[in-house]
Write a new protein. Structure first.
Length: 479
């Protein structure tokens, strides 16, 4: 990076501090914190609850292991497709308006899942839930970014992110209890009253609207190309062991190149590609993607091991799995605060190192593994991810000008969900190779264990690469 560019970046950072000084602090924005925390809680609940309910849902619909994974994957595919477009839409039409839309769509999607009478209808409504969570992820983080000054942004992000993990905890505990006692459909009805409450608080207590780029036009063609590229990437990744899958992956890469070139040429791009020259933004985003890739299916690995191999009931499994989000909630709360005062890249890199240790433990998982070892692995994974996520998010959203807050939020959501989708994709690929269309029944449990071990090795490799990118970010510590 040239000295002139460093100087201009430093001046931009100083300007941010001055511009943010007029923003209210956390105490003056308590209702903003409340609605954004509720939003992240409900999104976290909707993301995680499927893991506890999925084995029961699969038995009800008698689906294969691969189709079972797609019930989870379509949710994240939908988030990956729509996060970036809604980053631009929310900035153009208003963060609060799109926040309302996300809440309403999540109500419809959750109710639709609860009344589904076939796996196809279930998958369709899970996709709608994914769309709503994409909208909420983008608008929620952008609202926090726009409401808080720079010196309190990490703290605010830490608070709402820790609440998201409370949602994950609630999903494991409440989801397990409801599934065990009232059936899996009840877990999706649980969120609806809280969604209505969030709408009411927003309407009566949050008068502000945030419109960031009112005059910009929306790139519909770019959005279509991006959505198609993400879809082909995800589906191709799940069947990349076939020639057809390889062809889809190549086509997705071509579409991404076309998308990038289009964004460079048009006046109002969906994603301003030139921001990738910001090394802090780019390296931190790549590290976030790899962290999500490395951690997301850990809960599925442990969940399947407990319910299938150890024959643990859904309620007890939920209680065990909640140790991961508890660890995340505690560690991310403090990590967010520390990221306002210390080098956030170093904190994030340290978190990834802890995740790597947890993944190495999971590569040794088998039918004789003690429960204490499984607990150690999920606790370490939770602590590491929690230490990583708040500082990393703070880096990404603070490395761009405020007018790009929604783009930064969309990037956070998109990279995270692409990582999660690829994580589920590699999980599905390994299952497809080793188990094919077989149902998960006792005589095939050795194949399930083998699949989990291979996936854990691949996740550990991804985490190691993520550590490298995060450490590169440490060397580029100035904005």
């Amino acid at each position: 990076m040239s000295s002139r560019l460093k100087e201009s970046n430093y001046i931009e950072f100083e300007k941010k501090i001055q511009d943010n000084s007029s923003k209210g602090n956390l105490s003056k924005n308590k209702y903003v914190v409340i609605i954004t925390a509720l939003s992240y809680f409900l999104c976290g609940f909707s993301v995680s609850v499927i893991s506890v309910a999925l084995p029961t849902m699969a038995r009800d619909f008698a689906v294969s292991a691969v189709a079972q994974n797609w019930i989870a994957m379509v949710f994240f595919l939908s988030i990956a497709i729509f996060s970036l477009p809604f980053g631009k839409i929310s900035a153009k039409f208003g963060l609060k308006k799109t926040f309302y839309i996300g809440l309403i769509l999540l109500i419809i999607g959750s109710f639709g899942v609860s009344i589904s009478n076939s796996s196809d209808i279930l998958i369709a409504f899970r996709a709608l839930q994914g769309l709503s969570v994409a909208i909420l992820n983008v608008s929620t983080l952008a609202i926090v970014t726009e409401s808080l000054p720079l010196n309190e942004r990490g703290k605010g992000i830490g608070i709402i992110t820790s609440i998201a993990y409370v949602g994950l905890i609630a999903a494991n505990v409440i989801g397990g209890f409801l599934t065990n006692n009232f059936g899996w459909r009840s877990v999706f009805l649980f969120v609806i009253p809280f969604l209505i409450l969030t709408i009411l608080i927003t309407y009566f207590k949050v008068p502000n609207e945030w419109v960031l780029i009112k005059d910009d036009k929306f790139d519909y063609v770019g959005a279509l190309i991006f959505g198609l590229a993400i879809s082909l990437l995800t589906y191709g990744f799940t069947i990349m062991h076939t020639l057809h899958g390889v062809g889809l992956l190549i086509l997705s890469i071509i579409l991404f190149v076309i998308f990038g070139k289009r964004q460079l040429k048009i006046k109002f791009p969906l994603f301003p590609v030139k921001i990738l020259k910001n090394k802090k933004f780019t390296y931190s985003s790549i590290a976030a993607l790899l962290c999500s890739f490395s951690t997301f299916v850990v809960i599925y690995i442990v969940d399947y091991h407990l319910q299938y191999i150890n024959n643990v009931d859904p309620q007890t499994t939920g209680l065990i799995l909640m140790l991961a989000p508890i660890s995340m909630a505690i560690s991310t709360f403090f990590a967010g605060r520390f990221s306002d005062r210390f080098n956030p890249q170093f904190i994030a890199s340290f978190g990834l190192c802890i995740v790597f240790i947890a993944l190495i433990i999971l590569t040794l998982l088998n039918e004789t593994t003690s429960l204490s070892v499984v607990i150690l692995a999920i606790v370490l994974e939770g602590i590491g991810y929690g230490i990583f996520i708040s500082p990393n998010t703070n880096i990404v959203v603070s490395s761009l000008p405020d007018k790009l807050a929604s783009i930064a939020s969309a990037t956070v959501s998109t990279t995270r969900v692409i990582g999660e989708t690829l994580s589920l994709g590699i999980w599905t690929v390994i299952f497809a190779i080793i188990m094919g269309s077989l149902q998960i029944i006792p005589k095939y449990y050795p194949l399930l264990i083998e699949s989990s071990q291979i996936v854990s090795i691949l996740l550990a490799c991804g985490c190691l690469i993520g550590i490298i990118f995060s450490l590169i970010g440490v060397k580029n510590s100035k904005f």
